[in-house]
Design a protein around this ligand. Sequence first.
Ligand SMILES: Nc1ncnc2c1ncn2[C@@H]1O[C@H](COP(=O)(O)OP(=O)(O)OP(=O)(O)O)[C@@H](O)[C@H]1O
Ligand SMILES: [Mg+2]
Length: 369
Amino acid sequence: MSSPGSESSTVAGGTRAAGGAATRDPGPRASGATTAPAAGAPPLLEAVHVRKTYRLGRVQVPVLHDASIAVRDGEWIAILGASGSGKSTLLHLLGDLDSDDDRGPGRRRPERSARTQEGSERPAERAIHRGEVRFLGTPLSKLSLLARNRFRNEQVGFVFQFYHLLPELNVLENTVLPAAVRTSLRSGWHWVSIAAVGAAIGAVLAAGLGRLLLGELVSSPGELAIAGGLGAVAGAGLLPLGVVEVRSLVARFGSARRAMVERAMELLGSFGLEHRLRHRPRELSGGERQRVAIARALMNHPRVLLADEPTGNLDARTGQEILDLLAEQHRQGLTIVMVTHDPVVAARADRQVHLRDGRVIDEGLADQA
Ligand SMILES: Nc1ncnc2c1ncn2[C@@H]1O[C@H](COP(=O)(O)OP(=O)(O)OP(=O)(O)O)[C@@H](O)[C@H]1O
Ligand SMILES: [Mg+2]
């Protein structure tokens, strides 16, 4: 866990990492399991002083209170806690699937100080910070919308508590999905730039031709319509250029699609699911569904896997098979944050922390203190 004292250096690390942290190409994973992170390097992923309160009308359900956790590159952490203690909530915040109280709707500024009944400030409570989740030291709230989408899609793999496979898609299609989203995210700016350039050319042509033909800048709606029509006719002259552009995009999507399918088949094959590629989720056993969910989460080579009760709905033997599979990924360098209520399952991780009263308690650190 990060202490208030370590916070300033972490923020400094975040500034250095800003801009590139969440958008860089994942590339091959470093063998984090065996390589110690550079001294002073920020954690791979951390939640710092986050709070989360669910609001149901007038009812407030406080779940997390000043919860902090730092995940180092190459670690396998288990988060233990009773049912309802907020394990899934914390995992969703780490994966940027939900907002904490300081960023979400109805957010409030953190209390700067608290007063005792006598009216004096309690020093220990002056230090309550604004909560945030950071990736490689960069607060997610500082990233652009596109960079955050890419963080969720490329840096994090999420295994949900109840699989969340799409019932209409078969095993292969479910697995390929994150890569298809990545392709569309990456090409998003391409389309925006084409649209912007096209609109600018159209506007210039419309205004220029309108002015030429009408003798002055268009000023009434009728003139605007005529100028717009002329602009559209002129724009049609650019159609051949547009067709060339679209063809090159299709070609790129074609090769990207082949690469996606190959990656998905490789993953599914290594998880023993090669004979289930065309099956729908309802035709699979619980263990098979979980393996598809893990394959989907690994599709984009994430830096960190967030797994919510990955064995929770499975019998003991199938649960062990899933843990063996995670252990193999971890051995290859994958950082894992796993939520469980089962100490036996948690024992497979390198480090266990507990979620209690809305806070993360690292008993290993408490013992050392
Ligand atoms: N969307 C929501 N709206 C309102 N309350 C919620 C919502 N999601 C969770 N909660 C409540 O927040 C608390 C924590 O839920 P969470 O799912 O994080 O617990 P958990 O530790 O994962 O539990 P479990 O081990 O049963 O999965 C629970 O009391 C739950 O009822
Ligand atoms: Mg849960």
